[in-house]
Design a protein around this ligand. Structure first.
Ligand code: ZN
Length: 237
């Protein structure tokens, strides 16, 4: 069966998928979900997302920034929300981070937009926030570095994992994780690095036993499922 890639992002399997990118992207070479600057509306620069990163939150200003974000999302100018999330090691007080995350989660539900989530040692909090809301929209836990047990809990809750440069380290625990989770449960990403996504494809394929064509086909399918909203007939449910 052919993959159900949303029509607005025509893709061929010759292009790799990059699920989370900061910085500029040559879209002829990658099907990438790019984190854009506030207000960016260049028509061909899609798919794109925007969110308040937890490191940037300030009590006095985040509400106003969030309203700007919400207005842009309501105009249909974003394909996903994020990156947003919670970070135990950096950023303001966790209660403020949680307030901001809840606001993103609720907007994501309201507009049926998937969420790109930053998580540093806040897996339990984020799982609680997912389950308490019975969300059925996919969240991409980008740059996953948590445990296998917690990875499974997020997958069971309908989330996806983003895996990146960490896979290049031969000793990375993410290699063992990748070998054990379903092939439709993760996406590759370069994040803020200049690493070619093709390098990650080669490593990931060698771990999962997929050849390049099979890996790309699967990544396109998973990416389409992640981005699939009611605007795209491919969205399940
Ligand atoms: Zn990022």
């Amino acid at each position: 069966m052919p993959p159900t890639v949303p029509e607005s992002f025509p893709a061929t399997w010759s292009r790799p998928v990059d699920a989370h990118v900061h910085g500029s992207v040559d879209r002829s070479r990658r099907l990438a979900l790019r984190v854009v600057d506030p207000g960016s509306t260049i028509a061909e620069d899609r798919p794109r997302c925007w969110g308040l990163h937890p490191w940037t939150l300030e009590e006095a200003t985040w509400g106003e920034r969030f309203e700007t974000l919400a207005a842009q999302a309501r105009r249909g100018e974003l394909d996903a929300l994020g990156e947003t999330g919670m970070d135990r090691l950096r950023g303001p007080d966790l209660s403020l981070q949680e307030d901001a995350f809840r606001a993103h989660r609720d907007l994501s539900e309201e507009l049926r937009l998937p969420l790109v989530v930053h998580n540093v040692r806040c897996g339990s909090e984020l799982l609680r926030l997912r389950k308490s809301h019975r969300s059925d929209l996919p969240w991409l836990l980008h740059g996953w570095t948590g445990s296998v047990t917690q990875a499974r809990q997020f997958l069971d809750a309908g989330c996806l994992l983003g895996l990146g440069r960490d896979l290049l380290h031969p000793e990375s625990p993410r290699r063992a994780l990748l070998a054990r989770i379903p092939r439709d449960s993760w996406l590759l990403e370069t994040d803020d690095s200049s690493l070619p996504i093709e390098k990650l494809e080669i490593v990931a394929g060698s771990i999962t036993g997929q050849d390049l064509q099979e890996l790309r086909r699967q990544q396109h399918e998973t990416f389409a499922r992640f981005l699939g909203t009611p605007r795209h007939p491919s969205f399940p449910g």
